[in-house]
Design a protein around this ligand. Structure first.
Ligand SMILES: [Mn+2]
Length: 529
C-alpha cells in the first residue's frame, strides 16, 4: 500500500454534520492527515463522543517516541488542544517547561494507551500518565488568543493552578511555557515524574505497555504490527474499525484481537471447525452491551458457513459454522469476544461427539478445589474407559472434555454425562451438586453436565472471554494442572506467548483418540430416573 492511501480524511463517506461537527472535522484535518489509521491503533476521531455537561477533560500522555516527552492536552469545544512538553511538567513554580504546540487531537485520544508501530507518525509507546478535568480561570478561547492560559487541574497526579504562556519569537513552531502556579499543590522537592512514573489508566510502566504488545505479536511472527499481519491475510471480507478498543483496561484493539485469533488459529480450528457456533458479540467492547448470536444474518461475512438445523419447534434455523482461518477471523471483525460451540459436528449433527463437564465452583472456593475436582472427574472417566482433557474457562472454573465416537442420541449422551456427575455427587453430596439451584449453596461445586444437550454450547478452546483483561479459555496438560496454575494469568498475551514456547500441543492426541461410551460403562453408574 502506498503512503497515505488509507487516510481517513479522503475516504470517509460524506455525512450530515452540524456546524460544530464540521468545525471539529476541520480542526482534526491536520491530525488525520499525519496518520494512517489502517496501521496505527490511534483513534481516527470519527467516533469521538459528545460530552455535553461534563467538565472539560485534561490528559497528559507519556510518549516514548524518538525522544521521550509528555503530551499535554486540554479539551476545548470538541477537540484536545495539545502541546508536546519535552521535559514534562514540574511542581516547582520556578521550572518553566518548554511546551511546543502541536495539532489538535480528537477527544477519544485522551484514553489512548498503546503502541504506535515503528515507522508510523509518532511511532513508540503511549501511556496515559495523568488525567482528570481542567477549569479555565476565565474565557478559554480568549486566553488562548492572548497567549496566556491560567487554569486549575483536577488530575490524579497534577492538581492546583497552572499556566501556559506563549513566548515571542518567529519560526514554524509555536513555543509556550508550562509552569505551576504558587499554591499548596506546588512543591520544590518532589519530582512528580520520578515519584509517579506509571499509567493512571492501567498501572503499567512504559516497558510493560510496550512489551505486552511485543510479546503477543513478535512471539511467533518475525515482526510486524497487527495491521501488517492483517494485510498479509486474504480473508474475503473487509476488516473495519480496527482501532476500536475492545478491552480498555489493557488497550486491546480489534486489530489486536484479530491478530490474536490469527496466531491461535492452528490450535483453535481443529476444535471449532464444523461445529455449530454461537458468538457473544460486544461491538463496543466488553464494557458495552453484548448479545448472543447463533443464527447467521446478512451482516455475517460469507466466509462463515450457513448450516440448516431443525429447531425444537420444528422450524429450520440458519446456524453458523466455520471451517478455516478466514471464517475464524470474521468473529473478531463482528466484535465477537467469545466463541461457543455445540458438542456435535455438522457431518452428524444428531450424534454428539464430545462430553463436556463444566466444573463451576461457589465464589469462595479456592481454585485448588476446582483442580482436584477436575482430576477426580478425569479418574472417573478413565475408569469408564474414556480419556479426557482439561481447559480453563477464562473464569474460576474448568472444563473436562472427552471426545467420543458419534454413536448415541442426544438423550443417551446427556444421560451418560448426568450419570457421571451424579456418581460424584452421591459420594460427596457436601462437596458436589448436579442441581443448578443448589449450585450457589455455600462451599459446593456445581457439576454442570447440561452442555451435553442438543442446542447447548460450551466456550471453545482458545476463545477469549468478555471479562476485564481478555482472559482465554486455555487448554492445559493434566500435569500443568497438578503442578498448580493460575487461570487468571492466562490472557491473550500469556496464551500467545505460551503457544510460541510450548513444545507440544497440551491436547495432543485428542484428534487421534477413538473411544466411545460403552454399555458396560453406563452400567457402572447410578440410575438417573
Ligand atoms: Mn507525542
Amino acid at each position: 500500500m502506498k503512503k497515505g492511501e488509507g487516510r481517513r480524511r479522503d475516504t470517509r463517506p460524506a455525512r450530515a454534520k452540524s456546524a460544530r461537527g464540521q468545525r471539529v472535522d476541520e480542526r482534526l484535518a491536520p491530525y488525520r492527515g499525519k496518520r494512517r489509521f489502517e496501521r496505527t491503533p490511534e483513534p481516527s476521531g470519527d467516533a469521538s463522543p459528545r460530552r455535553a455537561g461534563a467538565r472539560p477533560r485534561y490528559v497528559i500522555q507519556k510518549h516514548a517516541a524518538r525522544n521521550l516527552h509528555y503530551d499535554f492536552r486540554l479539551e476545548h469545544e470538541g477537540v484536545l488542544w495539545s502541546w508536546s512538553v519535552p521535559k514534562g511538567p514540574s511542581l516547582d513554580p520556578a521550572d518553566r517547561r518548554l511546551a511546543v504546540r502541536t495539532e489538535d487531537h480528537p477527544l477519544d485520544y485522551a484514553d489512548f494507551e498503546g503502541v504506535i508501530p515503528k515507522g508510523e507518525y509518532g511511532g513508540g509507546t503511549v501511556m496515559v500518565w495523568d488525567t482528570g478535568s481542567w477549569e479555565p480561570q476565565g474565557d478559554a478561547a480568549g486566553m488562548m488568543e492572548k497567549g496566556h492560559l491560567t487554569f486549575v487541574l483536577h488530575g490524579r497526579k497534577l492538581t492546583g493552578r497552572w499556566h501556559l504562556v506563549r513566548t515571542r519569537g518567529a519560526g514554524k513552531r509555536e513555543n509556550w511555557l508550562l509552569f505551576k502556579g504558587r499554591d499548596e499543590a506546588a512543591s520544590v522537592s518532589t519530582d512528580v515524574l520520578e515519584a509517579k512514573p506509571e499509567s493512571v489508566a492501567s498501572g503499567r510502566s512504559l516497558e510493560q505497555i510496550g512489551s505486552a504488545r511485543d510479546r503477543v505479536w513478535h512471539s511467533n511472527h518475525g515482526g510486524g504490527s497487527p495491521a501488517e499481519i492483517l494485510r498479509q491475510l486474504r480473508v474475503g471480507f473487509a476488516f473495519t474499525n480496527l482501532e476500536k478498543v475492545l478491552y480498555p483496561e489493557i488497550g486491546l484493539t480489534k486489530a489486536d484481537l484479530v491478530a490474536y485469533y490469527a496466531l491461535v488459529a492452528d490450535r483453535l480450528l481443529p476444535q471449532v471447525a464444523g461445529r455449530p457456533l454461537t458468538l457473544v458479540r460486544c461491538p463496543e467492547g466488553h464494557t458495552g452491551s453484548c448479545f448472543f448470536q447463533k443464527h447467521a444474518n446478512a451482516g455475517v461475512p460469507d466466509v462463515v458457513d450457513r448450516i440448516e438445523i431443525r429447531e425444537e419447534d420444528g422450524s429450520v434455523g440458519i446456524y453458523m459454522a466455520i471451517h478455516d482461518v478466514a471464517g475464524l477471523l470474521a468473529a473478531p471483525q463482528l466484535g465477537a469476544l467469545e466463541l461457543h460451540t455445540w458438542v456435535s459436528h455438522v457431518d452428524d449433527l444428531e450424534h454428539p461427539d464430545q462430553l463436556v463437564f463444566d466444573i463451576d465452583p461457589d465464589e469462595d472456593l479456592p481454585f485448588e478445589r476446582v483442580a482436584l475436582t477436575a482430576q477426580l472427574l478425569r479418574q472417573r472417566l478413565g475408569d469408564l474407559g474414556l480419556e479426557s482433557f482439561v481447559k480453563t474457562t477464562g473464569g474460576k472454573g474448568l472444563h473436562v472434555v472427552a471426545p467420543v465416537k458419534p454413536r448415541h442420541s442426544w438423550d443417551e449422551h446427556k444421560d451418560f454425562a448426568y450419570a457421571v456427575a451424579l456418581s460424584l455427587e452421591r459420594e460427596a453430596p457436601d462437596r458436589y451438586t448436579t442441581n443448578a439451584r443448589k449450585a450457589r449453596r455455600k462451599g459446593r461445586i456445581y457439576l454442570d453436565y447440561l452442555r451435553n444437550g442438543r442446542g447447548a454450547t460450551a466456550v471453545a478452546p482458545y476463545s477469549t472471554r468478555r471479562r476485564p483483561g481478555a482472559p482465554v479459555a486455555t487448554p492445559l496438560t493434566w500435569s500443568e494442572l497438578e503442578h498448580g496454575i493460575d487461570p487468571k494469568k492466562l490472557d491473550v498475551i500469556a496464551v500467545a506467548k505460551r503457544l510460541a514456547k510450548l513444545a507440544e500441543d497440551p491436547w495432543a492426541g485428542y484428534a487421534k483418540l477413538r473411544q466411545s461410551i460403552r454399555e458396560s460403562a453406563r452400567r457402572k453408574l447410578p440410575a438417573t430416573r
